[in-house]
Design a protein around this ligand. Structure first.
Ligand SMILES: [Mg+2]
Length: 259
């Protein structure tokens, strides 16, 4: 008879189950690669405050009757430039200057030449670097993860001199075992070079490493290509991830149900 006997079927099923790859929900993760900006650190909220300070201190009111015009144009330019920076298409110098050239060009009587844009860019980074605001639940989450013994590695495309100041200002520095910055890796997330560098520095095992981040293109796709599990911090649930992720959370503290 061709049909296997029931006990043989059970054995085959058990063998199949044993051979099956572990699903991410059953993995005991040891190492966490954690994005910083807008995952733990409230980059957007802190930058809004810094932009207002910049506007007041550099007296942009002389060019803008409506401050909202300047702010809106800044955010449009900034998003576009960071996307290009993560792809390695532009340098950090270009980003720092150009993210102010376009918004300032909307000012009445303003001539956004390179000197002005550089001065504004430097002042803005200075104002941003000491802002303490974090995303809701960031400290509670990090205390929880530390107590559970996870090794935590910050993985960020942010600028070297600014990130350390933000880490200190937000009181998040001490939670991390390693700070992995793209400027040290020589390449930005989502590149393979960034993740290779991160594994080299941390000695983490890819099979038990989880990437946590809010940016689908850089954090999640980069980690997927590097073959590690992913937890997408989707802060805007109206926009579902375009590809499957291992975990999706809408608040930081939801991660405590996974980890
Ligand atoms: Mg981010």
């Amino acid at each position: 008879m061709n049909c296997p006997m029931p006990d043989v079927m059970n054995i085959l099923q058990m063998q199949k189950m044993n051979n099956k790859q572990q699903s991410p929900s059953t993995i005991r993760f040891t190492d966490l690669f954690i994005d910083f900006d807008d995952t733990l650190y409230d980059t957007h909220g802190n930058a809004q405050i810094a932009l207002q300070e910049l506007f007041d201190q550099m007296e942009f009111g002389r060019w803008f009757a409506q401050p909202a015009v300047f702010f809106d144009e800044y955010w449009k330019a900034n998003i576009d430039l960071w996307t290009r920076y993560s792809r390695g298409e532009i340098t950090r110098e270009y980003l720092i200057i150009e993210r102010f050239r376009k918004p300032l060009s909307f000012g009445n009587g303003c001539d956004p030449d390179e000197d002005l844009c550089r001065a504004v860019g430097d002042k803005f980074l200075e104002l941003c670097a000491d802002k303490p605001g974090v995303v809701d639940g960031a400290h509670q989450l990090m205390e929880y993860l530390k107590a559970k013994g996870y090794k935590m590695h910050m993985c960020s495309n942010g600028f070297h001199e600014v990130q350390y100041r933000k880490l200190k200002a937000s009181r998040l520095y001490d939670f991390f075992d390693n700070i992995i910055l793209s400027e040290d890796a020589g390449s930005n997330k989502p590149s393979a070079q960034f993740f290779d560098y991160a594994f080299k520095v941390t000695n983490a095992n890819p099979a038990t490493t989880l990437m946590i981040g809010d940016n689908f293109q850089t954090d999640i796709l980069g980690a997927k290509r590097a073959g590690i599990a992913t937890a997408f911090f989707n802060r805007f649930p109206d926009y579902p991830p375009p590809e499957a992720v291992d975990f999706e959370v809408h608040s930081l503290l939801e991660l405590t149900t996974i980890l």
